[in-house]
Ligand binder design. Sequence first.
Ligand code: SAH
Length: 237
Amino acid sequence: MKWKFILFVVLAGVLLAAAWWLLAGEGSAAAARARMVKEQLQARDISDPRVLAAMGKVPRERFVPAWLAPFAYADQALPIGQGQTISQPYIVALMSQWAEVRPGDKVLEVGTGSGYQAAVLAELTDRVFTIELIPELARQAQATLRELGYARVQVRTGDGYAGWPEEAPFAAILVTAAAPQVPPALSAQLLEGGRLVIPLGRPGGLQYLKKYRKVKGELREEGSLPVRFVPLVKPGE
Ligand code: SAH
């Protein structure tokens, strides 16, 4: 009789603890996300309400390896495997703000990585296309995006230097890896008036995140910020 009661108490305790842990975990992610939006984005120069809302909604902890989930909302880039990184939240927000994405815009991302930037873009328009060179990352990102309800994002494995000619032209193109200069195919696939956001510079050296707008067929620079990105790899080199 007594041991049954003890077993009941122990089991109930374990269940209660598990439920509390799960609920508190959810809550603390939401709280960390709200704090990130306030302290890392609004406190700097992110003011586009749609971008702030998107960053306040996408669960970044689901796009990082499980062991790094407690650091998902830290003010820094994090490793995502295969030697690649998910950008710092501020950089994702700034790139999204510079891309000026409006509902219905067709947007191309080069460098899917974890899929996080693509999810943020999917909160801004329902036409998001993203290319990733490493098949394993493309697969993983697609699975995460599906699980979270971003099934409309189209993920392709391939070389982003070539863009996505079948879906061009795009109202905005975001490149999330650094190239020595603007790949010609990407400027060609940009609409007149379209925005290109891309880090330019040497791998491991000085790089600048650039914002361009296509005006009369030419790229006009509208923004520049020193940054550090992984390199946009030329396959076969
Ligand atoms: N936007 C990502 C971060 C990507 S890091 C996120 O939100 O998580 C840059 C990514 O670009 C890496 O995953 C890398 O594999 C990819 N990449 C590098 N060279 C590429 C190329 N030529 N074409 C497509 N993707 C490339």
